[in-house]
Design a protein around this ligand. Structure first.
Ligand SMILES: Nc1ncnc2c1ncn2[C@@H]1O[C@H](COP(=O)(O)OP(=O)(O)O)[C@@H](O)[C@H]1O
Ligand SMILES: [Mg+2]
Length: 232
């Protein structure tokens, strides 16, 4: 089973196999479909492969996450668990929780339960995790430990990390260097219209296109269309 077969048209951009255990940063401004893209990719992947995945949502609670998926026709899967940190956050003891340890506990639990079938993780988002951890004094070390923990479980992980288009890469912890791949979702002008696009900025050991490709929201989720070229 291959990830590039899990979203219609993704094989136009990813042209060879993605080996298991890679960490992929999914970046872009708010509303650029990061959460929808990662959820749809994981859902289709675990369904087709009969493997198991976890979608950890730190930014939105489960119901608001599901609501926005529903609006673009993406459903649920028994093979994809959604875990919501926002509930724990509202707890009066939330400041005493070590979220990195909590995440590792969750991964270990699913690993014990599903073994090698537990293969994929969506983490939404790293920025939200940082904001829960005011005590992070050394973001580089933190990011290094976080990425290492993901590698330990050999999970193919999609780590969402918000970033403004054209603006500074607010990469406190060298995330772009640590990740095996960087995906960018965004909006751009093309032929006088504003269109959504998907682009791979970096992907180690995978054959891929560098061009931004148009993204269409259809009745069954997202679809990747052809490459976009500057019209100016
Ligand atoms: N039916 C639809 N057609 C086109 N775009 C939609 C539709 N429903 C929602 N959207 C867009 O999806 C966005 C939310 O996507 P989401 O995956 O939550 O983005 P992100 O995680 O990057 O913030 C909304 O801001 C809206 O612009
Ligand atoms: Mg989101």
């Amino acid at each position: 089973m291959m990830f590039r077969d899990c979203i219609k048209g993704l094989d136009k951009v990813i042209q060879s196999e993605v080996k298991p255990g890679k960490t992929i940063l999914v970046t872009g401004p708010p509303g650029s479909l990061k959460s929808s893209f990662v959820h749809l990719l994981l859902k289709n992947y675990v369904e087709k492969s009969n493997e198991f995945g976890l979608y950890a949502t730190l930014e939105q609670d489960v119901s608001s996450h599901l609501e926005s998926l529903e609006s673009i026709g993406i459903g649920l899967s028994y093979n994809l668990q959604i875990t919501d940190y926002t509930e724990i956050l509202s707890d009066e003891f939330s400041t005493e929780i070590n979220y990195l340890e909590f995440t590792e506990m969750m991964l270990k639990h699913l690993n014990d339960r599903f073994g090698d079938r537990f293969t994929t993780l969506g983490f939404d988002s790293l920025g939200a995790l940082y904001s829960m951890l005011p005590e992070v004094k050394n973001p580089r070390k933190f990011a290094f430990n976080f990425f290492n923990m993901l590698k330990k479980y050999n999970l193919t992980t999609f780590v969402i990390f918000e970033r403004s288009l054209g603006g500074e890469w607010v990469s406190m912890g060298n995330e772009g260097f640590l990740a095996d791949a960087i995906f960018l979702l965004g909006l751009k002008k093309s032929g006088g219209r504003t269109v959504r696009f998907f682009q791979i900025e970096k992907m180690r050991s995978v054959k891929h296109s560098m061009d931004p490709h148009a993204v269409n929201v259809g009745p069954n989720g997202l679809e990747i269309l052809g490459p976009l070229f500057d019209s100016e």
